[in-house]
Design a protein around this ligand. Sequence first.
Ligand SMILES: [Zn+2]
Ligand SMILES: [Zn+2]
Length: 97
Amino acid sequence: MDRSRIPNPTNSDLKVWAKYAWAYPVLESDAGQNLCAECHKTLGCGRTHGIYFYDTGHCDNCGKVNELVNCKIAHRIEDLGISDRLYYETRLPRIRK
Ligand SMILES: [Zn+2]
Ligand SMILES: [Zn+2]
């Protein structure tokens, strides 16, 4: 992807930003696992994800209610060079529901 095409949105642009094409692969891609921080240590991808990628739910591995991260979603955004904080502000899904 050509990063020069990714604009630098202001807060008022974020609703529009959420509709940008880069978001669709995130929404349509295979689920991947939602993992709590503890399970991410052993079953996760080995990267450390920003705190804003985490959302509350039942961990797919241990079943506990916790703050979870979905590596597939996080990777998609990280690889685009978009910060976890900005992704959070778009209100797009951070974990699979
Ligand atoms: Zn877990
Ligand atoms: Zn991960």
